[in-house]
Design a protein around this ligand. Structure first.
Ligand code: NAD
Length: 397
């Protein structure tokens, strides 16, 4: 029998609804060891709560105060998707209440907020704490992760990864909290999209030693709800030229997060070039996986494979069917729930992003801001000097 995981959901907007939809589709998974159920929902907007009341099975507790949700003994774990300026206070409240946490990225609005969250993680080693990042569960990305673990690439020559959006190309798109530094953070597009981009490289141990950032603020004002033009003070696009030093090897890694990449709706990609093997995957062609196998003196030919629908956890979908964003969310929640009920004995080895990986993303984005301000290469050790050592949460790798 699967073990029940009773969830409280804090922040019922875009991502809260994705989470609820994935939990409602749990029968899609075959023989998963956990069975999540949403027992309580919190949002400060009462109209948002109506959406959940009319769709989720009773009994469902709804509230506009997250402390009310956290006081409930029937909540084991929390999924939290609130604006970035609230991560520090709400995430630490979740942990001090003794609940497992799947928190949205960037895990704090800035390095100091992230440090406070990691202090709370350290105080609660008994809890599973993970940062939301679903795209590595796409079959193509998941396969690449397996190949890196196997050491198939040989010497790494270079890596590129990115996440690109484009709707901000429209200057008449109204402003929202994600386009204001006060609520989204000074990182701008890096805080919004960066965790998606660094999750796999950091999991592979490819942490930059230095970064030279080129940040662009392309649209500097946008209409508010009343149509008045107000400042839009967040970075739209970021290109980070990093040098990775892993101990055995050094190589360049080009990371980019863009809100204005014309023609790209939600493109995530990774390209790993190695001396023996190379691979690349993009959500733009969600089945297509490109590889190049090389033996010295042999021919060099890229091969294109339509990767089967096979991610971390088996599902009822046929292997020929296409995998999409909502499937990736389902797989990420499956990994989180597996870790909550199985601990070190998860059904498969790929965990959700750890607090330590989120901390490292903050070090990178903080160094990137300095690099932009000074127009020079910045060492990540410099950014690291301002915070204490990391925490991984329970059973972090
Ligand atoms: N993993 C992903 O692919 C992905 C995609 C988009 C956003 N996100 C992240 O999810 C988080 C939320 O983004 P979103 O797009 O869902 O935003 P959203 O604006 O759609 O939803 C946020 C919700 O939080 C509610 N809220 C605000 N203050 C609150 C409080 N104190 N207590 C409870 N609820 C409160 C708002 O009323 C709103 O309904 C952010 O951290 C964002 O970076 C992740």
């Amino acid at each position: 029998m699967p073990e029940a995981v009773r969830f409280g959901l804090i922040g019922g907007g875009l991502m809260g609804r994705e989470f609820a939809s994935a939990v409602a589709r749990w029968l899609h998974l075959i023989d998963h060891p956990a069975l999540p159920r949403i027992v309580a929902v919190c949002d400060t907007d009462p109209a948002v709560l109506d959406w959940y009341r009319t769709r989720l099975p009773a009994p469902l507790h709804t509230t506009t105060d997250h402390r009310d949700l956290l006081a409930r003994a029937d909540v084991d774990a929390v999924y939290c998707a609130v604006p970035h300026n609230l991560h520090e206070s709400v995430f630490t409240d979740v942990l001090e209440a003794g609940k497992h946490l799947l928190g949205e990225k960037p895990f704090g609005i800035d390095l100091a907020a992230n440090g406070a969250i990691l202090d709370a993680v350290r105080r609660h080693p008994e809890l599973v704490v993970r940062c939301s990042s679903e795209i590595p569960f796409f079959p193509g990305a998941y396969r690449i992760a397996g190949w890196v673990e196997e050491g198939r690439f040989g010497r790494i020559l270079e890596v590129e990864a990115g996440m690109w959006h484009s709707s901000d190309l429209d200057p008449s798109k109204p402003i929202n909290w994600k386009r204001r530094a006060a609520t989204n953070g000074e990182y701008g597009c890096m805080g919004d999209l960066g965790m998606h981009v660094v999750h796999l490289p950091f999991r592979f141990g490819w942490f930059p030693r230095t970064v030279r950032a080129l940040l662009s603020n392309i649209v500097t004002e946008r209409p508010d709800a009343e149509g008045r033009m107000v400042p839009c003070d967040t970075w739209d696009n970021a290109i980070l030229a990093c040098e990775v030093a892993t101990g055995e090897q050094r190589f360049p890694m080009l990371l980019s997060t863009k809100r204005i990449a014309p023609g790209h709706a939600n493109t995530w990609y990774i390209r790993v070039i190695g001396s023996r093997f190379s691979a690349q995957f993009s959500t733009r062609s969600p089945k297509r996986l490109l590889t190049l196998d090389y033996t010295p003196g042999g021919e060099q030919a890229w091969a294109a494979l339509d990767a089967p629908y096979r991610s971390a956890y088996p599902t009822v979908s046929g292997a020929i069917f296409e995998f999409g964003f909502s499937d990736a969310i389902l797989q990420m929640i499956a990994a989180f729930c597996d870790e909550v009920v199985s601990g070190d004995h998860m059904r498969q080895p790929f965990r959700c992003a750890t607090p330590e990986e989120a901390r490292r993303s903050h070090l990178l984005f903080t160094a990137a801001l300095r690099s932009q301000a000074r127009s020079e290469v910045v060492s990540l050790e410099e950014a690291a000097g301002t915070v204490s050592s990391g925490a991984g949460g329970r059973r972090a790798p």
